[in-house]
Design a protein around this ligand. Structure first.
Ligand SMILES: *[C@@H]1O[C@H](CO)[C@@H](O)[C@H](O)[C@H]1NC(C)=O
Length: 254
């Protein structure tokens, strides 16, 4: 029964039937249910959908679910000792870094799992913001460790490699988010034309977004070209950046 309620809430079917006392009682069931879900084919990212469900009576329920998920995440993080990025593997010794990266990866999965359009643009933007927050959290703990790493070259190499990788991932997501903003602005622009309403999106707004895209693509490209021991995958992504930059330039001046 509890599992059914949890699933319905996740799917956004149930929005307001739960009262707080019940939620308190539900905690062991949520635990049990998450365990079952973990054993089944349902992905943990499904659980993130609960974030889309709204209703004041759900707040406590969500908080409980998030607490249980956080616990599950930190257990999972304990075994995630390496970050794999474009052919590199970086050791992660700090549990805080691992948990933040795992959180970001759950959110990324959430975005990728859902077909374009299934999640409204506004909600996609909100997930982007959470991804940025999680990676920035990871970055803060990496930089903190770097500052206190002393003279151990191995540790420092891993940390600065990680820092660069997270910077690049943030750059890629920033570009993706700006592309989404471009498509939102474009759809408003054509709507405005249809309705002869000039207020909705100004062409300058699009130009500004393309300038951001070009800037971020060039930053990412610079980051990828920095450092020694470049892997094939990194070179390939740099080339993709150059190609994208040509497209953005063409669109900006179109
Ligand atoms: C993207 O570009 C803008 C404008 O230059 C900059 O403010 C922002 O920090 C960049 N973001 C990333 C992740 O590089």
């Amino acid at each position: 029964m509890a599992c059914l309620v949890i699933l319905l809430v996740m799917k956004g079917v149930v929005t307001s039937v739960l009262c707080h006392e019940r939620v308190e009682e539900l905690e062991p069931s949520i635990r049990y249910c998450l365990h079952k879900i973990g054993e089944s084919k349902l992905q943990a990212s499904e659980l993130v959908h609960i974030g889309e469900t709204e209703g004041p009576a759900l707040d406590l329920f969500k908080a409980k679910l998030e607490a249980v998920m956080a616990e599950a995440r930190s257990q999972q993080a304990a075994s995630m000792t390496e970050f794999h990025w474009l052919g590199h593997r970086f050791h992660m010794s700090n549990a805080k870094t691992r948990v933040s990266i795992l959180k970001a990866q759950e959110l990324e999965k959430e975005l990728h799992d859902r077909i374009e359009g299934a999640l409204p643009a506004e909600k996609r933007l909100a997930v982007f913001d959470k991804i940025f927050a999680a990676y920035n959290e990871a970055r803060a703990s990496i930089r903190n460790d770097l500052a206190t790493a002393g003279n151990s070259e191995n540790i420092k190499d891993d940390l600065s490699g990680l820092d660069k990788a997270i910077g690049a991932v943030l750059g890629q997501w920033t570009i993706e988010r700006n592309q989404l903003l471009v498509s939102i602005a474009k759809s408003k622009l054509s709507k405005a034309r249809d309705e002869k309403n000039e207020k909705v999106t100004k062409p300058e707004e699009l130009v500004r977004l393309y300038d951001l895209l070009l800037q971020n693509t060039s930053d990412l490209s610079d980051l990828l070209s920095s450092g020694r021991d470049r892997k094939e995958e990194e070179v390939a992504l740099s080339q993709e950046c150059e190609f994208n930059s040509l497209i953005f330039r063409a669109e900006r001046f179109a």
